[in-house]
Design a protein around this ligand. Structure first.
Ligand SMILES: *Cc1c(COP(=O)(O)O)cnc(C)c1O
Length: 850
C-alpha cells in the first residue's frame, strides 16, 4: 500500500478588533519580561500557550477563533488587556533613567552592541547559555534606562539544539527550524523590499537578509544568509549557533562583524560608541577601518579613530571560549574582502596574533582594535589582565588597561511574579530603586511567615514543573511507572518539604557538575537521611562536540537511576530560559562549583538570590564579590598551583561539610511555625544585598559611565576636523615605536636612603631619548609604603619628574619628593611614552624602569 503524502495547513484566526493590539504585544520582546503580557495569552488558552512554548506569535496563528472571540467579549479579560496595554504604552513613553541623558545625549550619541547570541526568552532560541542571556539582559536594561542603543546579531534558523537524554543517559541533540514568522522579528524594509547586505567571500559575495526585533525602546538587528541569492552552502552559514567547523565559524563572524556594520551604515545609523561583546564580533573593527580609509585616512590613523570609540568585553578565561583560527583559514576567508578593501593582510593578521603563534585570535583582535577593555567580575578582570598581558608587554598586568564590570541580571525577567506582587505591596517603588542598596532593607520588614509562604508557593510550582517534565522524559524512554513514582516522591512529599538544591547551566567540564559526588557514600547518607532528606536537581546542555561534557550527563543520569539514590538526584533534559526561571525561583539552594578562576562571572546565582534562594558556591566570578558571610555559603578555592585532583577533593569536602554541618541543620531547624527562622533571615540577607548590586541596570549604568560616555568622547576627539588628532596620534605612535628600543634610563647620582619626615628627597634621572622629544615621555616616581611588590597598587603615590637639563645628549628629569608616608617606603622610577590624546596612559604597552 502506498502512503498518502501529508499536506500541512494552518488555518489562522482573525484577531478581533477589540483585542487587535495583541499583535503589537506579540512583536515586542517587552513580553519577555512583562508577566502581564504573557498572562494575557495564557488566559485566552492555557493549553495552547503551553503547547506553543510561550511563543506569542505562534499562539496568535494557532488560537481558535472561538477562544479569541470569547476573549474579545469577556469584560474581565478586556479590563486586563487595557491595563497591560496602558502599562506598555507608559513604558514606551517613559523618560530615560537618572544620569543617562547627562552621560549620553540621545540626540548626538548612540551605542552599538554586537554579540553572536542573544537570549531574551525561550520563544526566541538564538542563545546557548550565559553569554546570550547576558546580552539579552543588557539590551533589556538599556531599554528600561532609555539608553540610546542598538544591538546587532545573527539570526540562526535552527538556533541552538534541543536536548533529549535517552534511557542510557546519552545526550541526543536535535535541531528544529524556526521560520521567521514565528519569531518576534520583522523584515527591515528599504525601498519597498527587505534590506540585504553583502560581504565579499572567497570568489563570491555572501548576502544576508536583515531583520529587526523590538525590545521596548531599542532595536536589535539580525542578519541571516538564508536567501535565494546565495548558493545552498552559503544559505546554511547561519543555520546553527556554534555549529559547523571553524570555517563556518569564521564565516559567521564575518557576517556578524562586517555585515553587521554594513547594516547600520545602510540604515544611516551612526553609532558613537561601539561595544564588541566577546571576540565573535571583532571583525567589525576591520570594516570600520575600511570605511574610515575610504575617507582618505591611512590604516594607522583609521585604527586610532576606530579603536578610540570601541569597547571590547572578554567573557571567559577558558581557552575553548576564544576563537583561534589558523593563518591559512584567515587568509583564505578574508582574502577577497581585504583585497577589495585595500587592507593589508599582514597588518590585519598582526592584530590577531598572540605570542608569536601562527594563528589568529579574535580576542587579540578585539583588544588591539579597541581602547576600552573589560572583564566581567573583579576576579575575572585580574585574570584577563594576566592572560592577555602580552598585548602590553612591558606593563605590569595589574596596571594594563583591562578593567572589569561585574555582570548583573535583568530583575523583571527573572524575578518570579509572586515576589513582584509582594514587593508591589511592601515597597511600591521598588522597580525604580534597583540602584539603591539602602532601599532594599525593606525586605527585612516583610513578615517571616509571609516571606516563607511566597517561597513555598514557588517551590511547589517548581516541584510540579519538575515532576511533569521528568515524567514526560521517562515515559518517552520507557521507564516504568513505579520507577517514575519513586523518582518524584521526595520532591512532592508535602509533610517532609525536603531541602532542594539546584544545579543547572551548560555542562562544560570546568563547571564541575559532578564535584558533589566525590565522596559518594557520605553524600548518600546526607541525601537519604529519612528525617532530613535532600534532593538535587540537575539540568543543562553540553555542546554536541563536547564529549567530556556529555559524559558528565551520563554520570549524573546513572546516579539518578541508582535505587539507593532514586528520588534524591533528578536530571532534567532541555534546559532553557523557561526552565531556568522555574528552577531558580523554586529551589532552596543554588549550587555552583566551578574550577577557580574559570567562572568569569556566572549569573544564574544572581537570579537565584533575587528570588530568595541561597547560594552555595565556590568563591569565583560574581560570588567573589557577592558573598558577605551572611547571605549564603562559600567554598574557598585551593591554590591553583596545587594538583587538580587534590583541589577537587578538598573543595568537595568543604562542600559536604557545609551541607552536613550548616545547611541541612539550618534548613530543618523548624519550630512550630513549620519553617526555619534562621533560614529566612539568611534568605532575606541574600535577597536584599544581592538584588540591588548584581542587576543589569547597575551593570549597564557602569558601562555608560565607564565606557560608553568616554568612548563617545574619545571617538569625537579623534575624528574632529578630518581626524586631525587621530593622525597626530598615529604618527606619534609610529615615531615612538621606532625609537623605543634605543631609549634608556638611568638614575643620576644616588637616591638618599634617609631623610627627616619634613624634608624632601631629590630625584634625578637621565634618559637617552633616541630622538624623541622630552615631552614624549612621562617620567614618574612611585612611592609605596612598606616594600610590597614591584607594581603600582592602590595606595601608591605618584610624582612626576620634569625635564630640566641636557647632558651629553641625555635629558635630565628631576623632582623633589616629600615622603608621603612615615617610616619605611619604597621608591620606584619609570618612564613610558605619553601623549595627551591617549585613551589610556599605558595603551602603547611600553615602559622602562630605572
Ligand atoms: C542564567 C542562565 C545561564 C547562565 O548560567 P551560569 O550558571 O551563570 O553559567 C545559562 N542558561 C540559562 C538558560 C540561563 O538563564
Amino acid at each position: 500500500m502506498n502512503k498518502a503524502t501529508e499536506f500541512r495547513l494552518e488555518a489562522r484566526p482573525h484577531i478581533p478588533e477589540a483585542i487587535e493590539r495583541l499583535d503589537v504585544l506579540a512583536n515586542d520582546l517587552f513580553y519577555s519580561w512583562d508577566h502581564g503580557v504573557r498572562s494575557l495569552f495564557a488566559r485566552i488558552d492555557l493549553r495552547l500557550w503551553q503547547k506553543v512554548e510561550h511563543n506569542p506569535k505562534l499562539f496568535l496563528r494557532r488560537a481558535s477563533q472561538t477562544r479569541l472571540n470569547e476573549a474579545a467579549e469577556d469584560r474581565a479579560f478586556l479590563a486586563e488587556y487595557r491595563r497591560v496595554l496602558s502599562s506598555y504604552d507608559a513604558y514606551l513613553e517613559s523618560d530615560p533613567g537618572e544620569g543617562v541623558v547627562e552621560a549620553l545625549d540621545p540626540n548626538t550619541s548612540l551605542v552599538a552592541y554586537f554579540c553572536a547570541e542573544f537570549g531574551f526568552h525561550e520563544s526566541f532560541p538564538i542563545y546557548s547559555g550565559g553569554l546570550g542571556i547576558l546580552a539579552g539582559d543588557h539590551c533589556k536594561a538599556a531599554s528600561d534606562l532609555g539608553i540610546p542603543f542598538v544591538a546587532v546579531g545573527l539570526l540562526y534558523q535552527q538556533g541552538y539544539f534541543i536536548q533529549t537524554i535517552d534511557a542510557q543517559g546519552q545526550q541526543v541533540a536535535r535541531y528544529e527550524c524556526h521560520s521567521s514568522d514565528e519569531l518576534p522579528i520583522t523584515p527591515v524594509e528599504k525601498d519597498g523590499k527587505q534590506l540585504t547586505v553583502s560581504v565579499p567571500f572567497p570568489g563570491r559575495d555572501v548576502h544576508a537578509r536583515v531583520w529587526q526585533a523590538r525590545v521596548g525602546h531599542i532595536r536589535l538587528y539580525l542578519l541571516d544568509s538564508n536567501t535565494q541569492a546565495n548558493s545552498p552552502d552559503d544559505q546554511d552559514l547561519t543555520l546553527q549557533l556554534y555549529g559547523g567547523d571553524s570555517s563556518t565559524r569564521i564565516s559567521q563572524e564575518m557576517l556578524l562583524g562586517i555585515g553587521g556594520t554594513r547594516v547600520l551604515a545602510e540604515l544611516g545609523i551612526e553609532p558613537t560608541a561601539w561595544h564588541i561583546n566577546e571576540g565573535h564580533a571583532a571583525f567589525q573593527i576591520l570594516e570600520r577601518c575600511r570605511v574610515a580609509m575610504t575617507n582618505g585616512l591611512n590604516f594607522d590613523t583609521a585604527l586610532e579613530a576606530v579603536a578610540a570609540a570601541t569597547l571590547f568585553t572578554t567573557h571567559t578565561p577558558v581557552a575553548a571560549g576564544h576563537d583561534i583560527f589558523p593563518r591559512d583559514l584567515v587568509a583564505h576567508n578574508l582574502g577577497s574582502y581585504l583585497e577589495q578593501s585595500g587592507l593589508e593582510f599582514d597588518r590585519i593578521f598582526a592584530l590577531g596574533a598572540k605570542n608569536g603563534d601562527d594563528s589568529f585570535n579574535m580576542t587579540c583582535l578585539g583588544l588591539r582594535g579597541s581602547r576600552f577593555h573589560n572583564g566581567v567580575s573583579r576576579i575575572h578582570g585580574r585574570i584577563a589582565s594576566e592572560m592577555e598581558g602580552d598585548i602590553w608587554p612591558q606593563i605590569p598586568p595589574q596596571e594594563n588597561p583591562i578593567e572589569y564590570i561585574t555582570n548583573g541580571v535583568h530583575v523583571p525577567t527573572f524575578l518570579a511574579p509572586e515576589w513582584a506582587s509582594l514587593f508591589d505591596i511592601q515597597a511600591p517603588t521598588w522597580k525604580s530603586e534597583l540602584l539603591n542598596p539602602a532601599f532594599w532593607n525593606f525586605v527585612d520588614q516583610i513578615p517571616d511567615y509571609h516571606y516563607w509562604s511566597v517561597h513555598k508557593a514557588l517551590k511547589q510550582q517548581m516541584a510540579e514543573f519538575t515532576v511533569r517534565r521528568l515524567k514526560r522524559q521517562h515515559k518517552r524512554n520507557g521507564t516504568g511507572h513505579s520507577v517514575t513514582e519513586r523518582m518524584t516522591r521526595q520532591l512532592i512529599s508535602p509533610d517532609k518539604d525536603a531541602l532542594v538544591i539546584g544545579f543547572a547551566r551548560r555542562f562544560a567540564t570546568y563547571k564541575r557538575a559532578t564535584l558533589i559526588f566525590s565522596d559518594l557514600p557520605r553524600l548518600e547518607r546526607l541525601l537519604t537521611n529519612p528525617d532530613y532528606p535532600v534532593v538535587l536537581v540537575f539540568a543543562g546542555k553540553a555542546h554536541p562536540q563536547d564529549h567530556p561534557g556529555q559524559q558528565l550527563i551520563k554520570v549524573i543520569h546513572g546516579l539518578s537511576m541508582q535505587p539507593a539514590l532514586m528520588g534524591h538526584i533528578i536530571l532534567l533534559e532541555d534546559y532553557d530560559q523557561a526552565m531556568a526561571r522555574r528552577l531558580l525561583s523554586g529551589v532552596d539552594v543554588w549550587l555552583n562549583t566551578p574550577e577557580y578562576p574559570k567562572e568569569a562571572s556566572g549569573t544564574s546565582g544572581e537570579k537565584a538570590a533575587v528570588n530568595g534562594a541561597l547560594n552555595l558556591s565556590v568563591l569565583d566570578g560574581w560570588w567573589g564579590e557577592g558573598y558577605d558571610k551572611t547571605n549564603g555559603w562559600a567554598i574557598t578555592p585551593r591554590d591553583t598551583e596545587l594538583d587538580q585532583e587534590f583541589r577537587n577533593r578538598e573543595e568537595a569536602r568543604d562542600l559536604l561539610d557545609l551541607l552536613e554541618l550548616e545547611i541541612v541543620p539550618l534548613y530543618y531547624n523548624r519550630a512550630s511555625q513549620g519553617y526555619s527562622k534562621g533560614w529566612v533571615t539568611r534568605s532575606k540577607a541574600s535577597m536584599k544585598t544581592i538584588t540591588p548590586r548584581f542587576n543589569a541596570q547597575r551593570m549597564v549604568m557602569d558601562y555608560v559611565r565607564n565606557y560608553y560616555q568616554p568612548a563617545t568622547h574619545q571617538g569625537r576627539l579623534m575624528t574632529a576636523n578630518d581626524s586631525t588628532v587621530a593622525k597626530e596620534l598615529a604618527d606619534w605612535k609610529a615615531r615612538v615605536r621606532a625609537a623605543w628600543e634605543g631609549v634608556s634610563v638611568t638614575v643620576k647620582g644616588c637616591v638618599q636612603d634617609r631623610c627627616a619626615w619634613d624634608e624632601s628627597v631629590e630625584l634625578k634621572l637621565s634618559v637617552a631619548l633616541n630622538g624623541l622629544a622630552p615631552e614624549d615621555i612621562r617620567v614618574e616616581c612611585l612611592v609605596t609604603p612598606d616594600c610590597t611588590g614591584t607594581h603600582a597598587e592602590p595606595g601608591t603615590d605618584r610624582f612626576i619628574l620634569a625635564p630640566t637639563d641636557e647632558e651629553d645628549g641625555h635629558t635630565i628629569y628631576e623632582t623633589e619628593v616629600n615622603p608621603p608616608y612615615p617610616g619605611l617606603q619604597t621608591l620606584r622610577l619609570r618612564i613610558y611614552p605619553y601623549h595627551k590624546a591617549l585613551t589610556h596612559p599605558l595603551e602603547m604597552g611600553a615602559m622602562l624602569w630605572a
